[in-house]
Write a protein that binds this ligand. Structure first.
Ligand SMILES: Nc1ncnc2c1ncn2[C@@H]1O[C@H](COP(=O)(O)OP(=O)(O)OP(=O)(O)O)[C@@H](O)[C@H]1O
Length: 332
């Protein structure tokens, strides 16, 4: 359904826009109907930039985005409107998606006027109540209220209801439950599971590995805008191949280990990988200051073009040694 091919994004930075920040590099992935694919990576790895390019909130600087085989990388006004009928996004902070001076009903009225001008008010009311019911919201509790009168979880569900009214095929869910409390989180996650079983494809953006493990059919691990590993969730979590994926998994807090034990494991892993893995060297050299641009090249950072190698069916790892068909001494 959705396919990204060698997608790139370079931001112009600096006072006069003379510096380049390569936020997304040659990212290729796909999301099928009824499938949840998670983009996982630390802050600054390019997850949201990819989500925004899929949603046409940002232009890409290279590569293509296709939806059902049609190139949607550059869309005119009309085509964009049609695209948004099939593809919608929900973001971390639901408050920023609503205008605080209007009641939430306005969001739905705008939707009706834009996409369903011929639907009568009474039909529309029926559809709206059905969509609110699907996200477990009682119309009487929600309609006629201002955003500040509703909780983050209610607003998040309203945004999903809005997407349902459009009968979308793909949802880009960018950190949508980070701001919710534990019980609301479960409600929203269950809702996503239900939408998936109805055939919705979901591109789920998260920095939270446990969450990625819980919701996804496949995961894509990003580091500095590059895919370092991707595959079926159980394959990647049970047998992480890339040192960065292993680092990420090792950094998940365990209640049964003390800080000293975690530090000892970390230094053993560092010693094992030292001088062997460019990704690892880059992380060490930058003191894990992710978000800074790596220079590229073996000395300072990560090489530009590291192809993904299929280690097992559907399980890909990016490694300069593997790409050169060399053995990885780190065992990755
Ligand atoms: N508008 C912008 N102009 C310049 N640089 C940007 C812009 N937006 C993002 N960046 C940079 O692009 C890189 C990727 O940012 P992005 O927001 O996609 O990362 P992320 O993985 O979603 O991070 P987070 O989890 O913190 O949201 C970062 O280095 C960020 O500073």
């Amino acid at each position: 359904m959705l396919t990204l091919s060698a997608l790139d994004k370079v931001y112009k930075t600096g006072t006069f826009g003379t510096s380049d920040l390569h936020a997304v590099r040659h990212v290729s992935l796909d999301v099928q109907r009824g499938e949840v694919v998670s983009l996982i990576g630390e802050s600054g790895s390019g997850k949201s930039t990819i989500g925004k390019m899929v949603l046409h909130l940002l232009d890409s600087t290279g590569g293509t985005i296709t939806f059902d085989g049609q190139d949607v990388t550059r869309l005119g006004f009309r085509a964009r409107r049609d695209y948004y009928r099939k593809v919608q996004g929900v973001f971390q902070d639901p408050f920023s998606s609503f205008n605080p001076i209007f009641k939430v009903d306005r969001t739905f009225e705008t939707l009706r006027r834009t996409y369903f001008p011929r639907v009568s008010q009474s039909d529309w009311r029926g559809r709206l109540e059905e969509a609110l019911g699907a996200v477990s919201l009682e119309p009487g509790d929600i309609l006629g209220k201002f955003p500040h009168q509703l909780s983050g979880g209610q607003l998040q569900r309203l945004l999903i209801a809005r997407a349902l009214l459009l009968d979308i095929e793909l949802l880009v869910a960018d950190e949508i439950i980070s701001m919710l409390d534990a019980s609301t989180r479960i409600d929203v996650l269950n809702l996503l599971g239900e939408l998936k079983s109805r055939g919705l494809g979901i591109l789920f953006v998260t920095h939270d590995l446990s969450l990625g493990n819980y919701v996804s059919d496949r995961v894509v691990i990003l580091y500095k805008g590059r895919i370092v590993e991707q595959g079926v969730t159980s394959a990647v979590f049970d047998d992480p191949l890339h040192p960065y994926t292993r680092d990420l998994l090792a950094s998940v807090p365990h209640l049964d280990r003390t800080w000293d034990e975690v530090e000892a494991e970390e230094s053993q892993r560092s010693a094992r990988l030292a001088g062997r893995c460019l990704y690892h060297e880059a992380l060490a050299a930058q003191g894990r200051a992710l978000g800074e641009e790596a220079d590229g090249g073996p000395a300072g950072g990560v090489p530009d073009d590291v192809g993904l190698v299929e280690h097992a069916p559907g399980h890909f790892v990016g490694c300069f040694r593997k790409a050169a068909e060399e053995e990885c001494p780190a065992g990755a």
